[in-house]
Every structure is written in structure tokens, then in C-alpha cells.
Design a protein around this ligand. Structure first.
Ligand SMILES: Cc1cc2nc3c(=O)[nH]c(=O)nc-3n(C[C@H](O)[C@H](O)[C@H](O)COP(=O)(O)OP(=O)(O)OC[C@H]3O[C@@H](n4cnc5c(N)ncnc54)[C@H](O)[C@@H]3O)c2cc1C
Length: 315
């Protein structure tokens, strides 16, 4: 590992100023950043530790929205009664991620902004497209864990389970950087490969997620894994029925993937078994599996159906 300078900012402005310097990298819980340093994916000149910043781990339920600070841990999101009551889909997504030990240190901001777990991206020997190369090795390679949608340029799947749930909930993110503050709808936060294959989100140098705003609405999250604990998803779904429905697939595409045909089908309707089956089928329309991941189609369909039944109070 290359030597780097450790910066321990005392307030948000100092953190942003330090993070905007060339070669700087923010660290929150450090679960993803630690791995990336060991894997030589990142060799920062400076690591800016956010972990000890005061006032960024707030949980606030106010009227129709839940407001979360970026340093709230996944363990808190899973266990805090206020969060579970306001946004059970988000609580379930956090509870299903990783291990208890990881959830105790992993933060919401870091979970949303973590980098992909594609084994080609994570191996320094593969100079893939996401690292500035000209090839996606997964497209014709070991692609059983990879994308079934939007996989022409780069077949990563977005790694964040909370992002899947937050997309179904229609959350927005308050960002603060050297140029000031902006609010970005979660639909506009993640970046598809066709727009920029080397980044997963719109964060600029020095820019931080400082608040996650979650509308309080009915929703459900389902994760399917190879083993039932401590595992990454093979397929995920998060859904929010109602007048403005959202059906979102996770572990399916380089970004949390909305399914507009399924959304149109359930709009304003009461969910029953028949509608859930129909909408789940519509959700996987347009999928283009790679050589080794066709199995994901059935899993995604099942995840959507189960999430719809749970959100509709049928399951
Ligand atoms: C064995 C294992 C299994 C896992 N399974 C799952 C799973 O099933 N589902 C899932 O979702 N995750 C899973 N994870 C990933 C884990 O949850 C994330 O690595 C973790 O949430 C990252 O949070 P962190 O606070 O440690 O982020 P860090 O490692 O500190 O940071 C991650 C990235 O986010 C950036 N960042 C951090 N905070 C902010 C902020 N406030 N604003 C802007 N950028 C920021 C950092 O610069 C960095 O690029 C797993 C990890 C492991 C090791």
C-alpha cells in the first residue's frame, strides 16, 4: 500500500476543503475504502476521515419525511424503531447487508457511494473500462454476478442495497461541496455507463452527501442470496405501490434499475397475487442476460413479486 497522509477534519467545511484537494479520498466507516486501498484500486495522497465529524449521524422524523445523516450506520438503520416505523423497506435493506460487524461501522453515505464489487474491477491486473481501459472483461467472462440490464459497455451491478430501497422510496440527497449545496433526486444521482463509464454517481471532488431525505410511504424490499446470511444479493427488488408507484431492481444493472412497465401496471391499483405475478413479469421485460447469469431473470421476477405482495399487505 502506498503511503498517504491522514487528515482528521474538525468540521464539515474543513472536510470539504481537504476532500477537494488533488488525490484526496473521503473515508467514513472505511469498509469499502479499506478494501480498495488493499486492492490498489485507489492510491490516495490523502485520506480524509469523516468518521469523527459531529452532527452527521442524525435521525429525524418530521411530518412526511425521514431525514438521515450520512454517518448513520447500517446497524442503526436496521434497528432504530423510528426508522423501522417510517421506512421499513430501508431498514430491511440495511439489515440484510453484509454482517453485523460490518453494519456496525458501515455508514449510509458510504453504502450509497461505495464502488462496484465486480471482480475484474477489483483486481488490479484487469485494466477494465471502469478504470480507463477499453474492455469490460465481464461481458465475455465470468459474469454470473453481473448485470442483466444496461450491460453493453460495463456489466457491473450497483452494490448498494440501501440505494435500491431509497430509489423505490423516491429519496433525495442533499450534497455539499466547495461550490455550495444542491439537492439531487435519487433518480439523478446514479450515473449509467453510457453517460460516464468511470463513475457511479454525480459526486464532484470534495462533495459530500450531508443528508438523505426519505419520503414516508408504503414500500417493501426483498433480497435473494446464494446463502441466507452475510452475502451479496443475486437479486433484489424494492417497490412502493400507490398513485406514483416505483418498482426497482437491484443487483440487476449498473444503477438501481426502475421498471416502468411494472410501475404502469400497478399504478393506483390494489395489489393481489395475479397483479403481482403480472407486474413481476413486466419488470424483467427487456433484460439481456449474459452467458452465465440468465438464472437472475427468474430470481428478479420472484423478488419483485414477493416485494409487491409484502408492500400490498398480501404476503
Ligand atoms: C463481506 C461484505 C458483504 C457486503 N454485503 C453487502 C450487501 O449485501 N449490501 C450492501 O449494500 N453492501 C454490502 N457490503 C458493502 C458495505 O455495506 C459497504 O462497503 C459499506 O456500507 C460502505 O460504508 P462505509 O461507511 O464503510 O464507506 P467507506 O468505505 O468509508 O466509503 C465508501 C465510499 O463512499 C465515499 N463516501 C463515504 N461517505 C460519504 C459521504 N457522506 N458523501 C460522499 N461520499 C462518501 C467514500 O469516499 C468512498 O468512496 C458488503 C461488504 C462486505 C465487506
Amino acid at each position: 500500500m502506498k503511503a498517504f497522509t491522514w487528515v482528521e477534519p474538525e468540521d464539515l467545511q474543513s472536510a470539504i476543503a481537504a476532500g477537494a484537494q488533488r488525490g484526496a479520498l473521503f473515508k467514513a466507516g472505511g469498509v469499502d475504502v479499506g478494501d480498495r486501498l488493499k486492492e490498489h484500486i485507489d492510491e490516495p495522497a490523502t485520506l480524509v476521515n469523516l468518521r469523527r465529524l459531529q452532527g452527521l449521524d442524525f435521525v429525524d422524523v418530521d411530518g412526511g419525511a425521514l431525514r438521515l445523516g450520512p454517518l448513520v450506520t447500517l446497524a442503526t438503520i436496521a434497528d432504530d424503531a423510528r426508522i423501522r416505523k417510517a421506512a421499513p423497506a430501508l431498514a430491511d435493506a440495511a439489515a440484510a447487508a453484509a454482517t453485523p460487524q460490518i453494519r456496525n461501522v458501515a455508514t449510509l453515505g458510504g453504502n450509497i457511494a461505495q464502488r462496484p464489487r465486480c471482480w475484474y474491477f477489483r483486481k488490479e491486473d484487469f485494466h477494465c473500462r471502469r478504470k480507463g481501459g477499453t474492455t469490460c472483461f465481464a461481458i465475455d467472462g465470468q459474469n454470473e454476478m453481473h448485470a442483466v440490464f444496461d450491460n453493453d459497455l460495463c456489466a457491473i451491478v450497483h452494490p448498494s442495497g440501501t440505494a435500491t430501497a431509497l430509489t423505490a422510496l423516491g429519496a433525495s440527497l442533499l450534497l455539499r461541496g466547495p461550490g455550495g449545496e444542491r439537492t439531487v433526486a435519487i433518480d439523478d444521482f446514479f450515473v449509467r455507463p453510457e453517460r460516464d463509464v468511470m463513475r457511479e454517481n454525480v459526486l464532484q471532488p470534495g462533495e459530500l452527501i450531508v443528508e438523505v431525505r426519505v419520503p414516508i410511504r408504503q414500500a417493501a424490499y426483498v433480497k435473494l442470496m446464494e446463502k441466507q446470511s452475510f452475502d451479496w444479493p443475486l437479486a433484489e427488488a424494492a417497490v412502493a405501490p400507490g398513485a406514483e408507484p416505483r418498482v426497482v431492481l437491484g443487483a440487476a444493472a449498473p444503477v438501481p434499475w426502475r421498471a416502468p412497465k411494472a410501475e404502469a401496471l400497478i399504478k393506483g391499483r390494489k395489489i393481489d397475487e395475479q397483479l403481482a405475478v403480472q407486474a413481476a413479469k413486466a419488470a424483467i421485460e427487456g433484460a439481456r442476460p449474459l452467458q452465465r447469469n440468465e438464472y437472475k431473470i427468474a430470481l428478479l421476477q420472484t423478488a419483485v413479486k414477493r416485494a409487491l405482495l409484502a408492500a400490498g399487505g398480501v404476503a
